[in-house]
Design a protein around this ligand. Structure first.
Ligand code: PXG
Length: 457
């Protein structure tokens, strides 16, 4: 294998043969991919030896940062011991049995049983299939409709993209499938109007109830949601939202599925977004931070109500790699480090609040910034045309993209979601790292404002 090629060579073979997710191949062919070659802590280095702070932890997943030897060692040890075996035919392996026990202790009370898969999408897809089967077994075969939110992101399989509320994804592949319904997200900045965030939080929850009543509660199987919408724009719900959602799901006998793929494993300053928002899920999905992204692994956790039924019989579902022992060994080591180094507690009590405070100090009054929002080490800066009226820029001005380019020029990788600059740095980021992230982002936003003034003339 040739690993010492020049950047142009990597770009050429990549553009010729590799189809990238969510990316126009023509653009990649013209501009060439940025090729990352190594990572250390919160830093990434590209094939031109440029260094960047990865303020997105990969794709919201590298909780421990890059280059952790313990995770590599755990994979190496397990690969030599028993690299792979399946869990289909009354078989198990020590890592996956141990991980199941660890997760039962770590997840909120009652979530004690786990199905494993490789990606967040597969965990969500598994949840959809399991819920249909569950209600059939309960004698409620008419309960099929899944309600979720516009802008929610739940993955790319047919079912996961149907649960998701992205028109751009629905347009590719004739989605959503039948029996998926979407309601407004708790996005106060855009949908709140004159209402206080608290009033609007109740209204956004009632939109779910309204839809349940329109469809008929006897037909609604489940409500799926992220505690904080991540890829849809880091949409932090008003404090009134989740208690009302919980009440509505219970009242109408609708299962509550909490997608913890981004919020899980400390992102919001507690182990689970469900803890941060006081949610009691019937089912929970997790992936990303479970292994800090070092190897693929995801899980679906079952609460007591669903487990009581599903633990009585077989479920004809699973993947070759369900419960992969090497992935499980990495997850166990990842959890050990998160615990022993007190990383989640530090995000909750120190670095998380510090990031939120520093962002507000640096950017809260900036003329280009409509809102700074976030929780834990998850944050967003919404760039707007008019702060007073909360008017967004027209999409074709591509302000987020412009700002993202300025960030890269300063050696910072955030994520631009529309004109929302999102941050989700590794959870090992220190206060000094946070200072540097905020400094670079603020410089990029200043430059963006300057460029827009020039362009506006
Ligand atoms: N649920 C949530 C909440 C997610 O954020 C998935 C499910 C699907 O996980 P997999 O492992 O199948 O990708 C995700 C994934 C982005 C971006 O552009 C976000 C995700 C994936 C890819 C890109 O921010 N989140």
């Amino acid at each position: 294998m040739q690993l010492n090629r020049k950047t142009e060579e990597w770009q050429r073979i990549d553009a010729a043969h590799h189809i990238h997710p969510f990316t126009n191949p023509q653009v990649i062919a013209k501009e060439g991919a940025r090729v990352f070659v190594r990572g250390e802590g919160i830093y990434l280095e590209d094939s031109e030896e440029r260094r960047f702070i990865d303020a997105m932890a990969g794709l919201w997943c590298v909780q421990l940062g890059y280059g952790r030897r313990e995770l590599a060692d755990a994979a190496h040890r397990q690969m030599l011991e028993l690299a792979y075996y399946n869990t289909f035919f009354k078989t198990s392996t020590p890592p996956i049995a141990t991980l199941s026990e660890r997760l039962a202790a770590l997840t909120p009370a009652g979530l004690d049983h786990f199905l494993f898969a490789n990606s967040g999408s597969e965990a969500v897809d598994t949840a959809v299939r399991l819920i249909r089967h569950f209600w059939n077994l309960q004698g409620h075969s008419e309960k099929k409709v899944i309600v979720s939110r516009e802008l929610g992101y739940h993955g790319s399989t047919l079912a996961a993209a149907s649960v998701g509320g992205w028109p751009s994804m629905h347009a590719h592949g004739d989605l959503p499938l039948p029996d998926f319904e979407h309601v407004i997200p708790p996005y106060w900045y855009v949908h709140g109007g004159d209402r206080s965030p608290e009033e609007f939080g109740i209204a956004a929850a009632r939109a779910i109830e309204q839809r349940i009543l329109e469809v008929g509660p006897e037909r609604v199987a489940a409500f799926f949601a992220e505690p904080v919408i991540g890829a849809g724009g880091v949409i932090v719900p008003p404090s009134t939202y989740w208690p009302e959602v919980q009440r509505i799901c219970r009242k109408h006998d609708v299962l509550l599925v909490v997608d913890e793929v981004i919020c899980g494993f400390g992102r919001t300053g507690r182990w689970w977004g469900s803890e941060t928002y006081g949610i009691e899920p019937d089912l929970m999905t997790m992936a990303k931070g479970l292994t800090s992204g070092y190897v693929p692994l995801s899980a679906l956790a079952l609460g007591p109500r669903v487990a009581r039924t599903m633990m009585q019989r077989d479920f004809a579902h699973g993947f070759t790699y369900s419960g992969h022992p090497t992935a499980a060994a990495v997850a166990l080591e990842n959890i050990r480090i998160l615990e022993e180094e007190g990383i989640v507690e530090r995000v909750g009590s120190d670095t998380g609040p510090y990031l939120q405070e520093q962002l507000r100090n640096a950017l809260g009054d900036h003329p280009l910034v409509g809102e700074v929002r976030g929780v834990g080490l998850l944050a967003a800066v919404e760039l707007v045309e008019d702060r007073e009226t909360r008017r967004l820029f027209p999409e074709n001005r591509k302000v987020g993209e412009l700002c993202w380019e300025r960030c890269l020029a300063h050696g910072l990788i955030p994520r631009a979601i529309r004109d929302v600059m999102a941050l989700s740095p590794p959870l090992v980021a220190t206060r000094a790292d946070v200072d540097e992230i905020v400094r670079r982002l603020a410089a990029a936003i200043d430059e963006t404002a300057g460029l827009l003034r020039v362009a506006g003339k």
